[in-house]
Design a protein around this ligand. Sequence first.
Ligand SMILES: *Cc1c(COP(=O)(O)O)cnc(C)c1O
Length: 428
Amino acid sequence: MRLKTKSIYKELCDLMPGGVSSPVRALYGAKRTPLIVQSAYRDVIEDIDQNKYIDFCSSWGALILGHSEPKLMNELAHDLKRGTSYGITSIYEHKLAKKITSFMPSIEMLRFCSSGTEATMFALRLARGVTNRDYIVKFVGNYHGGADFLLTQAGSGFATYKAASKGIPKASIDYTLNLPYNDLNALEKLFEDPQYKNKIAAVIIEPIAANMGVTPAKKEYMHRLREITKEQNTLLIYDEVVTGFRVGLGGAQEYFNIEADLTCLGKVVGGGFPVAAYGGKKEYMEMLSPLGPVYQGGTLSGNPLALAAGHFVMKELEHPDFYQKLNQKTVNFIEPIRKAIGMKKNFKACIQSVGSMFTLFFGRDRVTDMAESESSDKKMFWKFFNFLLDKGIYWPPSPHEAAFMMRAHSQDHLEKVQNAIIEFIEMQ
Ligand SMILES: *Cc1c(COP(=O)(O)O)cnc(C)c1O
């Protein structure tokens, strides 16, 4: 029963557009009343009607340990007594910055901010400031937050694009170029085009895309991208807001063994608080004010409580077998589902995964770019989502998102979810 949820949600819809603070939470595709959460513990969220759900959204990947990790809660209770915000440097900036720069060698220096949206926006401003160029390149199906100039959709070629939202002046996307993901020809064509050659400030990429469902870039593609950006003095920016500390301590750059000039971090780095960061080579970062001419700042940037949480999580991730265990747990979870897909006649689906992030695509054998992700069977996805929801499982509510394993996912719960998914497949 969800009586309380329904009545509060009705009021919320009068108070907030769609009743939510971020659109995807409204579950429009599922045509269901969204959850209103009261509490969360380990791998379970509980709504205000006391219904419980095993959580695979994991705060969109931000949680890697689990909800309300008891040791973290204890530490934070202690830290809370020292105040919640200073607007002055705190010792946690020193602690967390040291951890991050030691885990990701390409980040020699960094700045903390409060959301992934800020990190990508600031990193691109810096890249434009460093290069004195205006053009930036992004990839169709990659998501970098809500900045005006990053909300574009591709048309038929890289020069034809349109805003992905109303309210964005054409002028603010005039310098944003879109490329299809994983398409070497399109990349080379753009960089050879006389209109853009040696005029591109930066390329921003999710090296392992999470926002069209888990889709890694091809290794040779990443190599060529690194080469071509170096040749033309274009900064290569990795948006590791999802992959940072998710696919390993060194992120996607360690996975590919290809370094970025600037890296954006978010989600996991904040341990469930609004923290993000961007960083890279010293010579670039020193262009930021007060040292240099590129401005960036924020009232709550480097918030001490939030950084304390991030620092706690980093210490847990450092345990030598942390990722090995989490990734193995993910493999054990996925493999029987894969097998069930393989055995099912006249049924097409695939699971794409890297480490502890994975996406189940219906109606496809594989996905390498946004066009293929778009062509997945979305109707089937929403049927799947609702099937799981009715069994007390909260799957990330979009056919283009990743599910995330947390350390707190218990064997019992994983088996329950695995069985439910296999049951769904066999029913089709
Ligand atoms: C979530 C996300 C962002 C935006 O982060 P917010 O904290 O939601 O502003 C940017 N890039 C990627 C790859 C993301 O997944």
